[in-house]
Structures are given as structure tokens and as C-alpha cells.
Design a protein around this ligand. Structure first.
Ligand SMILES: [Zn+2]
Length: 85
């Protein structure tokens, strides 16, 4: 994928929503999702991009830092992918 900002080639990767490493848990789990809104910020424009403890394929541009999240694929579990047998 080409970067929408600067046109350089982008590196495939993923984005995840989870607690920072080292977060201390008590009895409550942090449940936060990543949402997208249009400029109006109205609720009807809301799209849930990544749910808590899930991941999406994404592309990162090393040249300018832009991250593009691929929302056309299924949500994935966070963490490293297991090798298919
Ligand atoms: Zn770029």
C-alpha cells in the first residue's frame, strides 16, 4: 500500500487496543474501544474501528509516520499470530 500522505511504500502491520504493558489490574477491566467519527462528531457517524483486546491489520509509513488502518478485514485477536498448522 502507498502512503496517502507522502506516497512512500507502507509497511504492513497491525493496530491493537489493549492496556499499556505494565498496567496494574485491580478488579475492574479496562474496556475501551477505538471509534471513528466524522467532523460533526455526531453519534450516527460513529464507527467502531477496533474493540478492546482486538486488532486490525494496518499499514505504517516510516517516512512521514502516517498509519492507515485496514477496516475492510475482520477483527483479529490481539497478540502474535499463531502459525497455522
Ligand atoms: Zn508517508
Amino acid at each position: 500500500m502507498k502512503c496517502g500522505g507522502c506516497g512512500a511504500g507502507m509497511e504492513p502491520g497491525r493496530v491493537e487496543v489493549h492496556n499499556s504493558p505494565g498496567t496494574i489490574f485491580f478488579k475492574t477491566w479496562s474496556l475501551q474501544d477505538l471509534y471513528w467519527y466524522d467532523k460533526s462528531a455526531k453519534r450516527k457517524s460513529r464507527r467502531r474501528i477496533v474493540e478492546s483486546n482486538q486488532a486490525r491489520p494496518a499499514y505504517g509509513c516510516k517516512a512521514c509516520g502516517l498509519i492507515t488502518i485496514d477496516t475492510t478485514n475482520e477483527l483479529e485477536s490481539r497478540g502474535r499470530k499463531r502459525k497455522p498448522r
